[in-house]
Design a protein around this ligand. Structure first.
Ligand code: SDX
Length: 437
């Protein structure tokens, strides 16, 4: 009868080991018994980039990369994008169930009433250069918020965690908008509690001298959909950073700043900024074949293409592409989308991309919408970090209450010099000369 075990024979010793299989995985620690000599450390796995290593068990987000499926707590992303609001989705991601009316009202009230920043926060945001990158401002300001809420270090107190979750989800749009106002030389626009989460964000970004900001409902809904699409994505680089830093029991503000720093990278959340730069460099459809040629030669990457997990079309990219057309009804068509659509068409017919299963990812079209809405490219990763704050906090909390988890500390394969004695200064040039021979 089939057993849920893996039998391994170590051909160095002829010994056989039987390891239990759970959730189609083996525990790496079970490999440590495999040794040649009894005083050996024992076997480990070597997995740079964690290409095939599960670091945790999670019930938050499910991705099927081959079938292009993304679900938050079992709900398909296309249904949430069509029928839910971002705050409703953030509640689902954090609590595991869709909220009833009373729960959603309470959740919305709490977040609406935590949108203000301590006035001191404005002082250090004003300290940044006039042209500071807003993502650098976001990362450092979120970390600095930890100094206003020292009680947040009590990470195992559920009530303390709940208050910081309200504060962070509520304040990240304010931090983002203040950063935008700083680089555009505009005075900060304060939160307006009469507005929805996304309408208030647009208010803090774009309010001018009018007494009451009026958000365009199409842009408000488009921003809400984009926030839903970016809310979580299981164990990506930034979420893994949130879990790693949080595993040291660091407060959620500094842990989230570490996650945002990871997201800032052009291979991750900085890709949407890189996509716009790439499309602007292409300039016209006639120049696409030359770029494709360079990408196939390994000289450049098609930013917004490819994904560690999706080996099919990123389901979020399809929804972003549809939302773009709705936004253009208000903002006017961003001609770059025609270059993007043609680039996608050519790439998806080319064997290089087909063989490597490289499809557009969520970043390929999102920047085109953001630019049409008037955002400078530097704001794009910040627009990613705002909704992902809900996912980072859910993953952080899930890690803290998981009895399996402890401080993260991977091992290594040491290939450096063996033990050697200290070399006095007068003998070093001799040692270096010998090493260079
Ligand atoms: C996000 O993980 C997440 O979930 C992230 C995210 C989220 O919601 O959190 O989905 C958000 O980060 C989306 C990805 C945004 N990044 C980009 O668009 C940057 C461009 N894409 C890549 O650099 C790349 O595709 C990654 C980083 C996304 C994935 O890289 P992998 O899985 O490590 O793949 P790889 O680098 O090993 O590439 C495999 C092959 C290589 O060719 P060979 O060496 O086999 O010949 O595919 C090639 C790569 O050269 N390749 C590309 C390519 N991406 C991979 N070639 C051209 N253009 C690309 N974009």
């Amino acid at each position: 009868m089939a057993k849920d075990t893996l039998t391994i024979t170590d051909n160095r010793t002829g010994k056989t080991y039987e390891l239990p299989i759970e959730h189609d995985t083996i525990r790496a620690a079970d490999l440590r018994q495999i040794k040649v000599n009894s005083d050996d450390f024992g076997m480990m796995t070597y997995d740079p980039g964690y290409m095939n290593t599960a670091a945790c068990k999670s019930a938050i987000t499910y991705i099927d990369g081959d079938r292009g499926i993304l679900e938050y707590r079992g709900y398909p992303i296309d249904q949430l994008a069509e029928k839910a609001s971002f705050l409703e989705t953030a509640y689902l991601i954090l609590h595991g169930e869709l909220p009833d009316r009373g729960q959603l009202d309470e959740w919305t009230y709490q977040i609406t009433h935590h949108t203000m920043l301590n006035e001191n926060a404005k002082k250090f945001m004003d300290g940044f250069r006039y042209d500071a990158h807003p993502m650098g401002m976001f990362v450092s300001t979120v970390a600095a918020l930890s100094t206003f809420y020292p009680e947040s270090k009590s990470v195992f107190d559920a009530n303390v965690r709940r208050k910081q979750i309200f504060r962070l989800i509520a304040k990240v749009p304010t931090v983002a908008a203040f950063a935008y106002r700083h680089i555009t030389g505009m005075p900060f626009a304060y939160p307006d509690n009469d507005l929805s989460y996304t309408a208030n964000f647009l208010n803090m970004l774009f309010k001018r001298t009018e007494l009451k900001y009026q958000a365009n409902p199409i842009l408000e809904r488009a921003m809400d959909i984009l926030f839903i699409l970016h809310a979580d994505h299981e164990q990506n680089c930034s979420t893994s950073s949130m879990r790693m830093v949080g595993s040291a029991q660091t407060d959620p503000y500094c842990s989230l700043a570490a996650a945002a720093a990871a997201l800032y990278g052009p291979l991750h959340g900085g890709a949407n900024e890189a996509v716009l730069k790439m499309l602007n460099e292409i300039g016209s459809k006639a120049n696409i074949p030359a770029l494709i040629k360079r990408a196939k030669a390994g000289e450049v990457r098609l930013m917004g293409f490819g994904h560690r997990v999706y080996k099919n079309y990123d389901p979020r990219a399809r929804i972003v592409k549809k939302t773009a057309e709705e936004v253009f009804e208000v903002t006017g068509r961003n001609e770059l989308i025609d270059i993007a659509i043609e680039l996608e068409r050519i790439a998806l017919e080319d064997d290089y991309f087909i063989k490597r299963k490289l499809y557009p990812n969520v970043d390929f079209y999102s920047g085109i919408i953001y630019q049409a809405m008037g955002f400078p490219v530097e704001m794009f990763p910040v627009l990613f970090a705002i909704p992902r704050t809900a996912g980072w906090l859910a993953q952080w909390q899930e890690m803290l209450v998981d009895k399996d988890q402890k401080i993260g500390r991977p091992r290594q394969i040491y290939l450096g010099p063996t033990t050697r004695d200290f070399v006095p200064m007068e003998q070093r040039s001799l040692v270096v000369a010998k090493a260079e021979r």
